[in-house]
Structure formats: structure tokens, C-alpha cells
Design a binder for this molecule. Structure first.
Ligand code: SOE
Length: 380
């Protein structure tokens, strides 16, 4: 019988749903020593959080996050709220001895992130940041192939995350979902929201980023603020591009925007190595494109691997070969790994310290864009 792990969820938005779904499903598909129990959900709006709790099966609700964190029957706190609240909540949760699963990006900036790392390491509580795309089986397979040396020396890393949902100037900033457009709540725009995913994956697959040169643009300069009702300056980056040099000498090129008409969540990466290349596309997330220079010349070409076989990462836990899974499963995998690491007493990556690496790159991006120069990534 698996040991219960009582979850206290703070927030009820898109990620609150994605994580709750993962907690509910994980033990149906993975053999684990722990079983998440949806103990309490928390938000300021009593009616909304009660409706969320009823829908997902949380046993109780709180309207004050400090009360949730103090509850003796909560083992792990899941922080699913805008970025400006991550640090304060994580510090309080660590001080109360709770495990923490925090939404990405870790914090508003690396100064906050460093405080969070210090707090969880001092309190010795299990912690992780929900960079979920690492756990899409095709992406995890990429990691394995690189670690096995199949690509050889890596020369190029290219990644994009393209969306188009903020093109209308009528879209306000602030409030539910739209806090992503409010710099006071988000800290940054597409860099922290979208490029953060690309950077996390890139560092995981190809090692640290040494220096970079970035540019950002805010296409819509003013938007009505939902909370104040006034038209206010937009402080976030609507688009961001940067080039960089990795520690291993590879060159990197990254782009993210919410102004690429026609693209909804086009996260792609391509990695070119001495022996082989790999391409991946979130819109076709169960496939990996692979080119191996070792193949016989006449037959050489890009192959499209359907990552659904039992010996592909995580897939042995799902259906039968050939039947694919999707976006939501990356979160189920994250919970499964978190619980497995907990049973073994190991950190679940990315932990706060690891996610601080991404935050340092994000700081460098904004710094470089502001100065208009190359900057070194400050490892703190
Ligand atoms: C923004 O639209 C968003 O929902 C991000 O916040 C998520 O992190 C990303 O995975 C999908 O896009």
C-alpha cells in the first residue's frame, strides 16, 4: 500500500488543472511507494476555489495561503500562482518544513531564486520546478541519445517557442491568465514564460550557457490594466531573440514571441552534432526526427521515430506500442519522477538549484537587451 503524500495546491488556473490531473493519474500508471492525496486547494476567491476543489476532488479549501502552509496535514505545497508570489510562498513553505513543487520560472529574477535555493537547502525539503517538457518521451529520448554520445560533438542548438495570442491591442494586462502581460506579476514577458522552457531543455541537453547577446521588443506599448481599469505602460517583452555560446563551445540561437500569427505553441528545437542531428516539435510531440551520418549513403536521410515503444522513456507505463500520449502526460511523468526520487532520497531535477541556472540566463537576456551588448551569464 503506497504511503499518502498530502498535497496543498495554491492556485487554480491552467497549471493548477494540469498538476491536479497528474496527481490523480500517476498511481494508475506508475508503481510508486507514495500516493498523492488532494488534501487542500487554496485561493483568495472562496467560490472559485471551492468549485475547483469539487471538480478535481480536493478534500478541503483555504483562502489564505499562509494557513495552508501551516497545516499539519499538508506534506507538499504546489505553487501554481503568478511569478511574483513564488518566492514569498516558497520561503514560508520551506520554513514550515514542506516539500515544494513550484511552477516555472522559479522566480522573478535570480536574486529571488537564490534566496529560494538557500531556503530549501537549509530546510532540507524536497523541491522541484515544473519544467514539464523535459518529460515528453521524445525529449527524454533526446537526452539519452546525447548522453550515449550518438550525436558526437555538438556544434549547434536552435530553439523557438512561438505563439500568437497577444497580437490584439484590445487585450488587457493583469488578472486571471493575463497576469502574464503584467510585468509586476510576471517579471518578464516571453523570456520568462516561453524561452524559460527552451533554456531549461537546452541546459539539460547541452550544458551551461556561457555568454549571450539578446534583443527584446514590446510591440504594444500600452494596454488597459484589468485591476486598475486604467491604460498603463506595458513592461514585458513581447518578443525575444538571443544568440549564445555554450560552455561546450556549441553556438545557440533562440527565439520566442507571442506575435507569430498562426502559431499557438510551436516549441521546436534542432541540435546538430558531428555524427547526427535531432529535431523535435511540440505540435508533433511524440515524434523525433533523427539523421545519422553513419547510415549507408544511399539510404541516408531524416528518419521520423514514433516514440511510443515500450523501450522508449516512460512509454512502458502507458498503452501498447504505436499508441501515443500527449501534453498532459509530461506532468504525470514529473510527479512520477518526484515520487520516485522521494522514495530514493534523491533530488528531483530540475530542483531549485538547477532551475536557478535558467533564471541566471533569463537575467542575462534582459540585461543584454537593455545594454545592447554581449553579457556573461552570471553564475552567482
Ligand atoms: C503561455 O501561453 C503558456 O501557457 C506558458 O505559460 C506555459 O508555460 C507553456 O508551456 C505554454 O504556454
Amino acid at each position: 500500500m503506497a504511503t499518502p503524500l498530502n498535497i496543498g495546491m495554491i492556485g487554480y488556473g491552467f497549471m493548477g488543472r494540469a498538476h491536479s490531473n497528474a496527481y490523480r493519474k500517476v498511481n494508475n500508471f506508475f508503481e510508486l511507494k507514495h500516493r498523492p492525496v488532494l488534501k487542500a486547494a487554496c485561493a483568495r476567491d472562496k467560490d472559485k476555489i471551492q468549485a475547483f476543489a469539487d471538480k478535481w476532488g480536493y478534500e478541503s479549501v483555504e483562502t489564505d495561503w499562509r494557513k495552508l502552509i501551516e497545516r499539519k496535514d499538508i506534506d507538499a505545497v504546489d505553487i501554481c500562482v503568478p511569478n511574483n508570489l513564488h518566492c514569498e510562498m516558497a520561503l514560508a513553505a520551506a520554513a514550515a518544513g514542506k516539500m515544494i513543487l513550484c511552477e516555472k520560472p522559479l522566480a522573478m529574477n535570480s536574486a529571488e531564486g537564490a534566496k529560494m535555493v538557500e531556503a530549501v537547502e537549509k530546510a532540507k525539503v524536497a523541491n522541484t520546478v515544473w519544467y514539464n517538457y523535459r518529460r515528453v518521451p521524445a525529449v527524454t529520448l533526446t537526452k539519452k541519445l546525447i548522453d550515449e554520445g550518438k550525436l558526437g560533438k555538438i556544434f549547434h542548438y536552435r530553439a523557438n517557442f512561438l505563439q500568437d495570442w497577444t497580437i490584439s491591442a484590445d487585450l488587457p494586462q493583469g488578472g486571471t491568465g493575463l497576469w502574464r502581460l503584467d510585468v509586476a506579476a510576471a517579471g518578464s514577458g516571453v523570456s520568462g514564460d516561453l524561452l524559460a522552457h527552451c533554456i531549461d531543455t537546452a541546459i539539460w541537453l547541452n550544458g551551461s550557457i556561457a555568454n549571450l547577446s539578446a534583443m527584446t521588443e514590446t510591440f504594444i506599448k500600452e494596454r488597459k490594466h484589468t485591476l486598475t481599469g486604467k491604460v498603463e505602460k506595458v513592461g514585458i517583452d513581447d518578443a525575444c531573440q538571443f544568440m549564445c555560446r555554450f560552455g561546450n563551445g556549441a553556438l545557440g540561437l533562440f527565439e520566442s514571441t507571442r506575435y507569430a500569427r498562426g502559431h499557438k505553441a510551436l516549441y521546436t528545437f534542432e541540435i546538430n552534432g558531428e555524427k547526427a542531428s535531432i529535431k523535435w516539435d511540440l505540435h508533433d510531440l511524440h515524434r523525433l526526427q533523427y539523421f545519422d551520418h553513419k547510415d549507408e549513403g544511399r539510404l541516408r536521410g531524416w528518419r521520423s521515430i514514433h516514440v511510443t515503444d515500450g523501450d522508449h522513456p516512460y512509454m512502458g507505463n502507458w498503452w501498447v506500442p504505436g499508441l501515443q500520449i500527449g501534453y498532459e502526460h509530461s506532468f504525470v511523468h514529473h510527479v512520477a519522477d518526484f515520487l520516485e526520487c522521494l522514495a530514493k532520497g534523491e533530488p528531483c531535477q530540475p530542483d531549485f538549484r538547477n532551475a536557478l541556472g535558467t533564471q541566471q540566463v533569463l537575467d542575462a537576456i534582459l540585461d543584454s537587451a537593455k545594454k545592447g551588448t554581449w553579457v556573461d551569464v552570471n553564475k552567482g
